[in-house]
Design a protein around this ligand. Sequence first.
Ligand SMILES: [Zn+2]
Length: 273
Amino acid sequence: MRSLVMRQHDYRLDGRCVYCRTDMSGYAADEVTDEHIIPRALNGTLVIRNGACAECARLSNKNYEAAALNSDLLVPRRLLELKASRRRGKNQSAPRPLPPVALGDFGMGGGVFDLDLAREDYPQFFSLVVFQPAGLLIGVDRGGDLQNPSFQSFNLGGKSRDSDVTTKHTMINGPFAMMLAKIAYCYATAEWGESFFDAKDIRDLLLGRRNDVYNFVGNTESPERLTTRILHGLYVHRRGEWLTVLVHLFASCHDTKDSSDCHPYEVVVGRAL
Ligand SMILES: [Zn+2]
């Protein structure tokens, strides 16, 4: 197991697109793009410089990343923007509206999400879906259907909840899981290079040639909490025949003191070679 918590880092690959592996030497500058392993909108700091061809970057954005950032990740995105605008002080361009909230304790529907709060009163917490473990790890074909999701909550405010206001979790089946697959694959490739694992299947998934995302993406069954104060953590893990990446999104922001409630995402990136 190799542990690497996430700080600022620029990776450089072999001049081929991380997704389609096309040799990009000779490409014009606007045909090559930096690949942000965790999106900038989530304050990701790991970048593969000139890592993707413009076509693959366009497709990943269109096929899942934009949808994930506008559904499962909308509330944390807006909260991060809010924090950044507070740090910069006033005189900023008009902030984007925060998603409506509800009074009471229902993250997934139930309540009427029409409460409009002042920005300073907006609650700093949100939830992320917890998946069943990846199908490949337990020998079950999970296909592309989301099964029995649960949720864990995060708190960007750092203080315990003193509000009975709830942010809404909006979920679309697929895009968020695909984004996690992308994060894990890009990270493993950037850190280890492709000679360490057979990446063909997950690359097919990311290029839209298969759609069984839940065979690759899940959460760990056993709890794990990073002892870190940084926002996101990633590390590569050898699990039997598989190479996986543990994706601790918002690692430092679990809204619980009980580590047994913390379950990172675990993505199978391929058979270890
Ligand atoms: Zn490409």
